[in-house]
Write a protein that binds this ligand. Structure first.
Ligand code: ADP
Ligand code: ZN
Length: 721
């Protein structure tokens, strides 16, 4: 009799042993259906020696129900799942679920019905039908998607099916993607770029683990440079994974990829339709998806023949997942490359201090691109001291900045104003009684959105209409907006420069690939003079006529004073500054601040990156912060405040006493209420010599909680709320 140990996708259960029925063929990595009481759960066959479990006697074992028709997860991915669970103090089931992220894909080959125009005419041609037929020219999709495209009800389309205007087509769900062509449109690299890409290409051909930090200034052509090793991997029949921090950036990337390789890459992100998901997942697993471009979750896809991983904008905080398994995709990417024995390229103009430190200690190889491509120069940077050059009452822009925009208008050039705050104003209060609009579910003010005339919480999505009177004292016309958001800055520009065409670029306005593409086209064709945007516009975009960047409030990110505030400010301002002067016209950057003397601001103004990193390195060393020491946060939450506090205190009672490890808390978290849950927090700071994860696992393992309490461990946290 053959028995196997399975990792089942249920975090509450340990590994379970099963009998393999006669005629079923399984090996480590096989995805199987396991009986569990009256139910069935999905499981993965695992090496028993790597997954401690209880040895159930053979006669008590239940037989596996089924082996699913997908290739077994490879050993490198299994090692990655183990490592991620271990390092981030997460359940292996939780991590494994990210690898089996398409339920449909596990069921095997399938077909689906789609519809397309036949060329026929309905007996009665209503305007609605005519419009639908025009919109559906060349389209093929299911009825629901077609209804979306045509902007009509599904009923209208079913009518067209009955009239023979639309016909059903059976489609293979797993139809292959168009092949990418490594030599489709090769570009001539600059000598600097060629040297860098030759190093990467050699590593791809060597097929060994090799971590690189591609440290290139904004506009140096990092993308062109890593496209060459991508081409080499393709020629070797290997797959490539490119991680991007934000879906909003993919539009730009996709068109560049298509220009270079003749076809679009395979996309992977959370808002894929389930049919696209299953198609991508199966193509990744059978090796036919050549290049996958995705958000962090793509990291756990079951690649059959991975040859290279690229993490673009590797410093980005959005690579850190903040719920479920709290992992940092940048670091997990390096581990995956390690297990797969392939090179990994972390590309950035403003690398994280941790990455630079890894390069310094010789673990990563650092490859520099110190100048912009095509002779473009880096922009000149100046600060505007807001304590001296005060904007007028109710204004946020200094005269010098407005004059700068005016000059650009006169020359037909473009300007970008950066403020990392969506909406019109971050706080609304009553002038009469002092009432402030607060979110009922979060410790946060409601943000006014004037376009939609609503007050919204940016943490939980709670929204209300903006009332006419104060809800507390009932006074009319007494509500005032405090502080600026991007919408308010746009208003100010429109008021002071009425001739300017202003566009607000945030996740509210660029919330779909179509809108992002429209925005890019509008800027490229000169239909926009001034972009007012959040961090969404700080990276990736390349607008040759954009010559002025204004940072509205450089102090904003420093206010909270968390561990990474300085670094984040440096990165954001340097990235947005990098949007200026990317073409033949030189760029200028004006940074508004009340603290021009602060290390990070002074370093930005002087263009002296090393000065900033040196100071930051010393500060971190002194504080025992990463990369010199380790941090972890433990958040205890419940919908009931008393229950959360009690659980936190109980955990506090078991606090371990370990040398070189300081545990602070429990204390109410800075966001003491978030999405309806009350939160208490421990912060752990340890020397690198401490086995931090073991300490935490052992500590938390001693304490039980009521069902309503959640305990989340965040290793190497980025968010300190
Ligand atoms: P980065 O990502 O380093 O900021 P990009 O990769 O966006 O820079 O490159 C900046 C611009 O220069 C892009 O428009 C890109 O197409 C162009 N470019 C870079 N290298 C080359 C090259 N070798 N040949 C042609 N165009 C290039
Ligand atoms: Zn809220």
């Amino acid at each position: 009799m053959k028995r196997v140990r399975c990792l089942v996708l249920n975090a509450a259960l340990g590994p379970l042993d099963y009998r393999v029925p006669d005629g079923m063929d399984v090996e480590p990595g096989s995805v199987v259906e396991c009986p569990l009481g009256p139910r069935t759960v999905t499981g993965i066959v695992w090496e028993a020696e790597r997954l401690p479990g209880t040895d159930v006697p053979a006669e008590k074992l239940r037989p596996l129900r089924d082996a699913l028709p997908v290739p077994p997860l490879g050993a490198p991915l299994r090692r990655l799942i183990e490592w991620t669970a271990d390092y981030y103090v997460a359940s292996m089931a939780g991590v494994a679920r990210m690898a089996l992220s398409s339920g449909g894909a596990l069921k095997g080959p399938a077909t689906m019905t789609e519809y397309r125009l036949t060329g026929g005419m309905p007996e009665r041609l209503t305007p609605q039908r005519l419009a639908a037929m025009e919109a559906l020219e060349g389209e093929q999709a299911n009825i629901r998607e077609l209804a979306g495209i045509a902007g009509v009800s599904e009923g209208v389309l079913r009518g067209l099916v009955n009239h023979g205007v639309l016909e059903p087509v059976e489609v293979d769900c797993d139809r292959p993607y168009d092949p990418a062509r490594p030599d489709f449109a090769k570009v001539d690299l600059s000598p600097q770029q060629a040297e860098a890409s030759a190093v990467f290409s050699a590593a791809v051909r060597a097929g060994k683990f090799a971590p690189f930090l591609l440290d290139g200034v904004t506009g140096s052509g990092k993308t062109e440079t890593y496209f060459e090793p991508v081409a080499d991997a393709l020629k070797m029949g290997r797959q490539v994974l490119v991680l991007l921090p934000e879906i909003a950036l993919t539009e730009n990337f996709l068109s560049r990829f298509e220009d270079r390789f003749g076809t679009a890459p395979v996309l992977w992100h959370s808002s894929l339709k389930s049919t696209e998901r299953r198609r991508a997942w199966r193509a990744v697993a059978n090796g036919s998806a050549q290049v996958v471009v995705g958000a962090r979750s793509a990291l756990f896809l079951p690649f059959a023949r991975l040859g290279l991983i690229v993490v673009d904008e590797a410093h980005e905080v959005s690579f850190k997942q903040e719920d479920g398994v709290r992992y940092n995709a940048r670091d997990v990417a390096v581990m995956r490359a390690n297990f797969e024995k392939v090179p990994v390229i972390l590309a950035s103009a403003t690398p994280a201090l941790e990455s630079l430190q890894m390069a310094e200690s010789g673990i990563y190889r650092k490859i520099d691109l110190p100048s912009r491509f095509g002779g473009a120069t880096l922009p000149s940077i100046e600060t505007i001291d807001l304590t001296e050059e005060k904007p007028g009452a109710g204004q946020w822009l200094a005269t010098r900045l407005v004059e700068g925009i005016e000059e650009r208008l006169a020359r037909g050039e473009q300007s970008l104003l950066f403020l990392n705050r969506r909406g019109y104003a971050p706080l609304t209060l009553c002038r009469n009684c002092g009432f402030r609009f607060q979110c009922p579910n979060c410790s946060a003010w409601l943000v006014e959105h004037r376009f939609t005339r609503r007050l919204a919480c940016h943490h939980c999505g709670h929204e209300t209409a903006q009332p006419e009177t104060c809800p507390d004292c009932g006074e009319p016309d007494c509500l005032v907006a405090c502080g600026p958001g991007v919408e308010r800055i746009a208003d100010e520009v429109a008021e002071r420069l009425p001739q300017a065409r202003v566009f607000v670029a945030t996740s509210d306005t660029l919330n779909s690939p179509v809108k992002a593409a429209e925005f890019i086209a509008a800027v490229e064709t000169g239909q926009i003079d001034v972009i007012v945007g959040t961090q969404l516009v700080t990276k990736g975009f390349h607008f040759p006529d954009l010559t002025l960047v204004g940072v509205v409030d450089a102090d904003l990110g420093l206010e909270g004073g968390d561990l990474r505030a300085g670094e984040r400010t440096y990165q954001q301002v340097a990235q947005v500054a990098g949007r200026a002067g990317r073409g033949s016209k030189p760029g200028e950057v004006l940074i508004q601040t009340r603290h021009p003397e602060a290390t990070v601001i002074a370093a930005l103004a002087a263009g002296d990156r090393d000065a900033f990193y040196d100071a930051e390195t010393e500060a971190r060393r002194h504080a025992g912060a990463p990369p010199f020491g380790r941090w972890a946060a433990i958040i205890i939450s419940s919908e009931d405040d008393g229950e959360a506090r009690e659980a936190a205190n109980r955990i506090g009672g078991f606090r371990p006493h370990v040398d070189n490890c300081v545990i602070l808390g429990p204390a109410p978290a800075p966001m003491a209420l978030l999405r309806g849950r009350y939160r208490y927090r421990f912060l752990v700071n340890a020397r690198r010599s401490v086995q931090l994860q073991d300490v935490i696992r052992h500590w938390l393992g001693q304490v039980d909680h009521p069902a309503g309490v959640r305990v989340a461990v965040d290793i190497d946290p980025y968010s300190f709320v």
